[in-house]
Design a protein around this ligand. Structure first.
Ligand SMILES: Cc1ncc(COP(=O)(O)O)c(C=O)c1O
Length: 411
């Protein structure tokens, strides 16, 4: 039954051909693309070219002749297409944490006199740490309000709130929040909306311009598959670019970087959000990785992602019943991102046993087994195999093997 359903869904999959744009090991079911995306087939040749020809042969001339100087904005525009941002509003480079710090502080500076910064107690740790740091630097109180309560708080005391900083997808449970509604609630209160798109960019349609988002950041190494430590990106809505007063005033954001002036004059447009010299080898990998989305409609990505996650939930209902698992991810498609998380008291050894069998997911303390679904390269047959292996492990107790109890640094 489940086998037949998987086969039917896979044979009707309009994105089936895109799997060939990735290099995946045989026999591996890769459900960790929400942590580190798989290797796009276009990347090795692009990196090879960047190293040997551009760096090795063309040397410093590459800044002009091989498009190095424009790479952050060019790559930013390619990401913009996936997140609903018209060209000229996204820049790529640096890490998510750096982009977060830079844009969150700049956003708060745009609302002087408002003493509160709102963020989620379930936000990814780096987001909370940086919000606290911005709060200390600007003398703001950081108030942690869960995403589903934020609109009410904005309505009640919105005139005191400078920025609401949230993520559309909960990184642990995969719960999806209504970005448009929260952005509108922030604006009604006169506050700004800042989004962390790490678990949304490339995974589902994000309509930044259409919903009127103010600022956003996201990483390049999850669904965008830009590689380990890939550059992150920052989105600055065009209407904020001329007043964007950011703390990391690096020389690449200067109006005339090669005038070598001793004082900072910001460049116009998105260019002012450039920081220092970007990691060009990583940018070459990310830019090549993004070609995996060529001709791909984000609505099709969303439809397939929901089909994969919904099928995973159905398989879990049928095959894991009575084995101690509970579903942490909403079943309502409108409230589900592109991942499914299960709770189980033995989450770590269960995930370790799955990985030993070539089904790669991850765990988040204390009890979550987390499975990410990249619609560009996964099949419903992969999903079924993952749940069947998990059932087999849970029934056989294979996860109780002593070798699977030791936790490495990265889980
Ligand atoms: C929502 C979110 N923000 C930020 C990060 C990480 O930030 P950085 O790329 O600086 O390590 C992650 C990493 O998993 C994340 O899930």
């Amino acid at each position: 039954m489940l086998n037949q359903r998987a086969a039917d869904l896979d044979s009707a999959d309009p994105l089936a051909h895109v799997r060939g744009r990735f290099i995946l090991p045989e026999d591996v079911v890769y459900l960790d693309g929400n942590s580190l995306g798989a290797l796009p087939a276009a990347v090795p040749a692009a990196v090879e070219d960047a190293v040997h020809r551009q760096w090795g042969t063309d040397l410093i001339r590459s800044w002009n002749t091989n498009g190095w100087w424009d790479a952050p904005v060019r790559t930013g525009d390619a990401i913009g297409r996936l997140i609903g941002a018209a060209p000229g509003q996204v820049v790529a480079g640096d890490s998510t944490s750096v982009q977060l710090f830079n844009t969150l502080l700049a956003a708060a500076r745009l609302r002087p006199g408002r003493p509160l910064l709102l963020t989620d107690p379930d936000h990814f740790p780096t987001d909370q740490y940086i919000a606290d740091s911005v709060g200390r630097l600007l003398g703001l109180e950081v108030r942690r309000v869960p995403a589903r309560e934020a609109a009410a708080v904005l309505a009640a005391e919105g005139d005191r709130i400078a920025v609401a900083a949230y993520a559309p997808v909960d990184y642990r449970t995969g719960e999806l929040y209504d970005m448009a509604a929260l952005t509108a609630a922030a604006h009604t209160a006169g506050a700004l909306a800042h989004w962390d798109l790490c678990h949304a960019a490339g995974a589902l349609p994000v309509r930044l311009d259409a919903i009127g988002a103010d600022f956003a950041v996201g990483c390049g190494y999850k669904y965008l598959s830009g590689g380990p430590g890939a550059p992150a990106f920052a989105y600055l809505a065009r209407r904020h670019q001329q007043t964007f007063d950011h703390p990391v005033t690096g020389w690449h954001g200067h109006a005339e970087p090669f005038a070598m002036s001793g004082t900072y004059t910001p460049a116009p447009g998105i260019t002012r959000a450039r920081l220092g010299t970007p990691p060009l080898l990583s940018l070459a990998a990310l830019e090549a990785a993004l070609t995996a989305y060529d001709g791909v409609d984000m609505e099709d990505v969303r439809a397939k992602s929901l089909s994969l996650t919904g099928f995973f939930q159905d398989c879990a209902d049928e095959l894991l019943d009575g084995l101690g698992f509970t579903m942490a991810t909403p079943r309502d498609p409108a409230r589900r991102g592109s991942q499914v998380a299960l709770r189980h008291p033995e989450a770590y050894p269960l995930v370790a046993a799955l990985v030993a069998r070539g089904v790669i997911g991850d765990m988040r303390a204390p009890d979550l087994l987390r499975f990410g679904f990249n619609a560009l390269y996964l099949t419903h047959a992969d999903v079924l195999r993952a749940v069947e292996e998990l059932r087999d492990i849970a029934i056989s107790g294979a996860h109780r093997a002593p070798a699977l109890q030791e936790r490495p640094t990265v889980t």
